[in-house]
Design a protein around this ligand. Structure first.
Ligand SMILES: *Cc1c(COP(=O)(O)O)cnc(C)c1O
Length: 368
């Protein structure tokens, strides 16, 4: 049996006529960049989040960068973020001109360890970028308290957490802005690159739109220098078709995760992911831990099962951050976990039969 890590084709086939119609309409209307399909998607996304503004951009990395720039974060500032994430979260801090300050992850939930934030605060700290990693909300209450106490901006990187919630409130709506990626493999994925920012702050929304559009809100009136970061009509139309399905798809992922958890609960050598109380985890990634990770991965591969590692090297230990001079002891949990984590196949269309097959092969590996 072949179990791919993700299967984007199956999702496409389930909504093919709608998608194909949407693509044809965009082409018929030659609405290739920005335009009505983009505005329609922005409105639908803002409405589903219950926020005032959605600013579409070219990708999830730009969404973070534009947020930092619009907030005026730059040279001389420090931004606190988490040691285990995709590099977009931290590289954009540097690109804005500020200094990246990493914090270790908490052992149970893979998100930022809130007990280790205060010790990283200096007079230069301006913001905290949270990552709801794997689709699991970070411990927002405590982080919000810290941000309120020190007047820091709270930015939520929701690239892996579309419509995840914490205490019945959707993540992305707790801070000054929430940033999203619609990279094809994300829970809500386009058929190319796309991203968005949500906020309730109108002044900030204008600044973001302006910065993302060469520094202008009106054609040929460039108030500042900006960048070119825009969503194209095809991606917007595809995302508008997919948006009504996202809750159902997230639920299916969640059920697959619960099934994995249940079936793997008696495998001593494995730690299955925990779900934070009061949070809705949308399982962008289903990551187990085991100290036989590499051998298990090879065994599964040999049995037709594709897996992945999110991420094999935690950010502070990357060559790109060598200049910060970090050691393994500075981020002990992230350091340990990078050798133990293994992401199993996870997507809404993953069949129960496939989950059982993956689990059987894992059990077989540990019995030999
Ligand atoms: C995917 C991702 C991004 C970047 O999104 P792109 O659309 O690929 O630029 C940022 N942060 C996290 C946590 C991600 O997983």
């Amino acid at each position: 049996m072949i179990v791919p890590f993700v299967d984007l084709k199956r999702q496409y086939l389930s909504i093919k006529p709608e998608i194909n119609n949407a693509i044809e309409s965009v082409i018929e209307d030659t609405a290739f960049v920005r335009g009505k399909y983009v505005t329609d998607f922005e409105n639908a996304y803002a409405e589903k989040y219950g926020v005032n503004h959605c600013i579409s951009v070219a990708n999830g990395t730009d969404a973070i960068y534009i947020t930092l720039k619009a907030l005026g974060i730059g040279l001389g500032d420090e931004v606190i973020t988490v040691a285990n994430s995709w590099i977009s979260t931290s590289e954009t801090i540097t690109q804005a001109g500020a200094k990246v300050v990493f914090v270790d992850i908490e052992p149970d939930y893979f998100t930022i360890d809130v007990s280790k934030i205060e010790e990283k605060i200096t007079s230069k700290t301006k913001a905290i970028i949270l990552v709801h990693l794997y689709g699991q909300p970070a411990e927002i209450d405590t982080i919000k308290d810290i941000c309120d106490k020190h007047s820091f901006y709270l930015i939520e990187d929701c690239a892996q957490a579309h419509f995840a919630s914490y205490k019945n409130q959707k993540v992305g709506t707790f801070g000054i802005a929430g940033t999203f990626s619609f990279y094809p493999g994300k829970n809500l994925g386009a058929y190319g690159d796309a991203g968005a920012i949500i906020t309730n702050n109108g002044e900030l929304a204008d600044k973001m739109r302006m910065f993302a559009n060469h520094g202008s809100l009106k054609k040929h009136k460039h108030q500042i220098e900006g960048i070119n970061s825009r969503m194209d009509g095809l991606q917007a139309a595809i995302l508008s078709v997919k948006l009504p399905y996202i809750d159902e798809w997230n639920e299916k992922r969640y059920h697959n995760a619960l099934l994995y958890n249940e079936l793997l609960s008696d495998v001593e050598e494995i730690t299955v992911p925990k779900i934070r109380p009061n949070a809705t985890h949308i399982f962008h990634v289903y990551s187990i831990r085991t100290n036989k990770r590499d051998k298990l991965q090879t065994y599964l591969e040999g049995n037709g099962i594709s897996t992945a590692i999110h991420y094999p090297v935690a950010l502070p230990f990357m060559q790109a951050y060598k200049y910060l001079g970090h050691h393994s002891e500075d981020f002990p949990v992230a350091y340990q976990y990078q050798n133990e984590i293994l992401s199993l196949p996870m997507y809404p269309e993953l069949s129960t039969t496939s989950v059982y097959y993956v689990v059987d092969k894992i059990k077989e590996f540990f019995k030999q």
